[in-house]
Write a protein that binds this ligand. Structure first.
Ligand SMILES: Nc1ncnc2c1ncn2[C@@H]1O[C@H](COP(=O)(O)OP(=O)(O)O)[C@@H](O)[C@H]1O
Ligand SMILES: N[C@@H](CCC(=O)OP(=O)(O)O)C(=O)O
Length: 410
């Protein structure tokens, strides 16, 4: 992340500082200073993930709003010209397919959603290609499924492709591969996908663009609802009413955005949430939307992936000693500490680790297929090596593949 030394302020930064100082009569000084710090981090970011929602890209007629899309592309192209790498996570495939297919409203059944996404994704990518080309910028489309984030080899693969695209000056344009993903394998919302991508590419900042200027202290349709300019700690907003109901075309409303914010800020990525029309101002560090400061430290992409992206395939029940060893930190899980394995999984799949009292204490990538485990559980490493030979005496979940469970919501 760019170091924040006030002596490095550019004339624009000085102007922004003055603008912020003008607001000091309505915000406590300490708050202004922290907000300034977080917003300067975004202004100075060298790599930014920008997520734009369906509500900002499609009109009520179910066709792409070309003017809105162009507006965002102009801002991103300008920022790229200043030397910042941009990764775009875009929604809108399903909603952009509604008009061309004459569906009238957003489909609810999976097959029609897949069909709409297939048609709409082509429209989206084509339009982005054209608009970015006007600035001499190539785009590279990447359609991800949740599987790409579960399997180590697959997320490394995605990571490699993204790095190469960025090194080549291309703007990666990412969406979920809605045309082929089934309900069980869906991320379901691009807010969460964007947070995971921001960590995957080690972004300096995440910008979430939507149809409302940030988090409000009540749903914005309510008279008197006011924008919250800064959130330092998500616990501060535990009492704020947010709804999962979004616009007529969006998915997940403010709930999924806050989940995205939790993942990103918890992984060290400051996040701004604002109106799509405020994209330039937000990237410049101006006082628009809500800025969420980074709370956590950057962790390895792999561990974040296990914690937040992995859909677990099974459960390993631990005895007391194993649960304590796992919770204590640096221990791998051995066959001897397991009392029972549940579910169908292959080696490399994510599983939950369950303490004797039934609480999930960790998640990890299991090293054996579910079919092999019953013969191993409760047995000592020595006995397994003697009886079954080399290969069966290894750990069931290696400590590097294990993440202690943290609550996903406050
Ligand atoms: N406390 C809140 N502050 C701001 N917006 C909220 C709040 N609670 C619910 N919302 C709703 O969240 C919506 C944005 O979510 P969504 O429609 O899914 O957008 P997108 O398509 O950009 O992902 C806003 O239109 C707003 O009505
Ligand atoms: N992947 C889906 C969008 C899912 C989604 O999260 O939508 P949104 O709430 O508008 O960001 C699509 O392209 O239609």
């Amino acid at each position: 992340m760019t170091p924040l030394d006030p002596s490095d302020d550019s004339p624009q930064d000085v102007q922004r500082t003055q603008d912020l100082q003008r607001t000091q009569d309505v915000q406590p000084t300490e708050t202004v200073r922290t907000a300034q710090h977080a917003r300067s981090a975004i202004a100075g970011a060298r790599r930014v993930v920008v997520k734009i929602g369906s509500s900002s890209l499609t009109g009520p007629d179910g066709h792409l709003d070309v003017g809105a899309l162009r507006g965002v592309v102009e801002v991103l192209a300008a920022r790229q010209a200043e030397g910042t790498q941009i990764v775009l996570v875009t929604s809108g495939a399903i909603s952009a397919g509604i008009g061309p297919l004459g569906l009238g409203t957003r489909p609810r059944d999976l097959a029609t959603m897949q069909a709409a996404a297939s048609v709409g994704q082509g429209q989206l990518a084509g339009r982005y290609q054209e608009e970015f080309a006007a600035f001499g910028i190539q785009i590279g489309q990447i359609l991800l499924t949740a599987e790409d984030t579960v399997r180590r080899a697959r997320y490394r693969n995605a990571q490699r492709a993204l790095e190469r695209l960025l090194a080549l000056g291309v703007v990666p344009v990412i969406n979920e591969n809605d045309a082929v993903t089934t309900d069980e394998l869906k991320f379901g919302d691009n807010d969460r996908l964007a947070a995971l991508v921001s960590h995957l590419v080690r972004a300096d900042a995440l910008l979430l663009l939507t149809d409302v200027d940030g988090l409000h202290d009540a749903p914005p349709s309510r008279p008197g609802a006011r924008r919250i300019p800064l959130v330092d700690d998500l616990a501060e907003i535990a009492g704020v009413e947010v709804t999962a109901r979004g616009s007529s075309v969006g998915t997940g409303g403010m709930v999924t955005k806050l989940e995205s914010v939790r993942i990103a800020t918890g992984a060290g990525v400051p996040t701004v949430l604002t109106l799509a029309q405020n994209a330039a101002a937000a990237l410049a560090g101006d006082d628009v939307g809500t800025v969420f400061t980074a709370t956590g430290r950057r962790t390895s992409a792999r561990r974040l992936w296990i914690a937040h992206a992995a859909r677990t395939e099974g459960r390993l029940h631990l005895d007391d000693g194993a649960a304590r060893a796992v919770l204590g930190g640096r221990a791998s899980l051995l066959p001897a500490g397991i009392t029972k394995a549940e579910g169908q999984f292959d080696a490399g799949d994510p599983v939950e680790l369950v303490a004797p009292d039934g609480t999930v204490v960790a998640r990890g990538l299991v090293a054996f297929d579910s079919g092999d485990l019953p013969a191993l559980v409760g047995r000592s490493t020595y006995a397994l090596r003697e009886e079954l030979g080399e290969g069966y005496d290894r750990v069931v979940v290696h400590r590097d593949d294990l993440v202690l469970d943290r609550p996903m919501s406050s």
